[in-house]
Design a protein around this ligand. Structure first.
Ligand code: MN
Length: 238
């Protein structure tokens, strides 16, 4: 990044959040993290929603909520009900607004496997009171992810393949990317009507059924076929 040579900062600017790229030495600089709510019909039902195909809705996590390669994730503060949500992550390589569905996959840099960690109790309270979800979703270390795998199939990798998560070796979520209500191309097209997407944006695309609570000591392992895997242990609060 070019910085104006006459600009001086009151303190050192924060480091850019980055992710590794599988089998490459270069890293992917993260700009923003968008998340899709309710994108697998069976998860919509388990959350008490209507599985009809309503327009996707989005929320955000901060870029520096993403973690990679951490063996331990401390159980977050202010919750008694932390849930796992295993998700496909789209990494945007070329930005745009009002992107056409037919062009959307050309904007994909690659994909990762991620977990949308959620303070379910805070989310339930926010839903009940009509309050924002930020503190339920966008807390520190709330998005552990695999490395990004660069797309070799023109973005089609995100349309099919198993998506699974196990806790202590026991399968909790076992779905297929083909079950997504909104496909990768549709999510990109729809989101780009709200914001200008730019290189470095990540989109977590929602979770299949089987979400549930995590406890201190749990070993969480998730994998998406052909894309990546993530593994961490929940540890004591700091
Ligand atoms: Mn989610």
């Amino acid at each position: 990044m070019l910085i104006d040579p006459i600009m001086t900062f009151a303190f050192d600017p924060p480091a850019v959040a980055t992710m590794p790229i599988a089998d490459e030495d270069t890293r992917f600089p993260i700009r923003r993290v968008f998340c899709v709510g309710r994108n697998y019909a069976d998860h919509v039902v388990e959350m008490g929603g209507d599985p009809d195909r309503e327009e996707p809705f989005f929320f955000c996590k901060p870029a520096d909520a993403v973690s990679h390669g951490r063996d331990d994730i401390p159980y977050p503060s202010r919750t008694m009900d932390l849930h796992h949500e295993m998700e496909l992550v789209i990494a945007i390589g070329t930005g745009g607004t009002n992107i056409k569905e037919s062009d959307a996959l050309t904007h994909v840099f690659g994909f990762a496997a991620g977990v949308d960690l959620t303070r379910r109790d805070l989310q339930a309270e926010a839903k009940k009171r009509g309050r924002p979800w930020d503190m339920a979703k966008g807390f520190d270390l709330s998005a552990p992810m695999s490395a990004i795998r660069r797309s070799k199939a023109g973005g089609k990798e995100g349309d099919a393949g198993f998506i699974r998560l196990a806790v202590n070796g026991e399968t909790r979520q076992d779905g297929d990317l083909g079950q997504q209500v909104w496909k990768v191309s549709e999510i990109i097209a729809n989101l780009s009507t709200y914001v200008e997407l730019k290189a470095g944006d990540l989109i977590m695309t929602g979770t299949p059924a089987g979400v549930g609570p995590l406890a201190i000591g749990d070993v969480v392992s998730g994998e998406i076929e052909g894309i990546g895997s993530v593994r961490f242990t929940m540890t004591q609060r700091p």
